[in-house]
Design a protein around this ligand. Structure first.
Ligand code: GDP
Length: 222
């Protein structure tokens, strides 16, 4: 058992095929660049800069690192709560190394992160930890009442000093607002879909056509 423990990875998740990573990165970059030019965005610039007059280059603002992926379970080499149980789940063993298609249904930007919402299928939900949303409760109180899989996302970039774990929390925050009945402020129809502003620098682009990307269920060690 001790030997097995040393093999628990940093995290499990779906890793996007190299061939689609560029496509997803380009789409998100295009969105971020366009967002930066909108009057509606400029109006709320202080969300990002702290000052109204200051300009922000969103392209430079976010930094992307590592392979694009959708984390299922953060394990921290076995130190994270429930890591070992998850690693031993039959579904994890069954699906390990298999490929699937992830459906990206929205892109979002906050002063901390830029990410893509992933809408999981029933089969993909078999790999989703039952407490993934609840785990975020201390940060997003309404998180536990959101449907399983709500937190599923791909981190596309983080602001300086922000950790990747923030992206899922930012997504949960937006979904919690929606659930509370906050419609957000419809901003405009963009080529990719409709853009909504949820206050405090939170922007959500609901994609007209989901982006489907091939991914492999695997794990990451660094
Ligand atoms: P890296 O430094 O870019 O490899 O990122 P991290 O090691 O911080 O995180 C790796 C992956 O696990 C990212 O997708 C994070 O969103 C996710 N992650 C990090 N910490 C946590 C956590 O406490 N809970 C959950 N659920 N996910 C996490």
């Amino acid at each position: 058992v001790q030997l097995e423990e040393t093999f628990i990875p940093s995290y499990f998740g779906w890793f996007l095929f190299a061939s689609v990573q560029e496509k997803v990165k380009c789409t998100s970059m295009e969105f971020v660049k366009t967002l930066d030019t909108l009057d509606a965005f400029k109006k709320h610039l202080s969300d990002f800069t702290g000052k109204a007059e200051k300009e922000v280059d969103l392209e430079q603002y976010f930094e992307a690192k590592g392979p694009l992926h959708c984390t299922t379970k953060f394990c921290d080499y076995g130190k994270a709560e429930g890591a070992k149980d998850y690693a031993l789940t039959p579904a994890v063993k069954d699906f390990y190394g298999s490929t699937t298609e992830l459906s990206l249904t929205a892109l979002f930007v906050t002063p901390r992160t830029v990410g893509a919402r992933v809408s999981l299928t029933e089969e993909q939900l078999l790999l989703w930890p039952t407490d993934a949303e609840k785990e975020a409760e201390s940060v997003v109180p309404a998180a536990a009442s959101l449907p399983l899989g709500s937190r599923a996302h791909i981190t596309l970039g983080c602001a300086e000093g922000v950790k990747a774990v923030q992206t899922g929390l930012d997504l949960l925050e937006i979904l919690a607002l929606q659930k509370e009945g906050q419609q957000g402020e419809p901003v405009e129809e963009m080529e990719l879909g409709s853009l909504t502003y949820y206050g405090e620098g939170r922007w959500l682009l609901s994609l007209r056509e989901p982006i489907c990307t091939a991914a492999c269920f695997s794990s990451y060690y660094k």
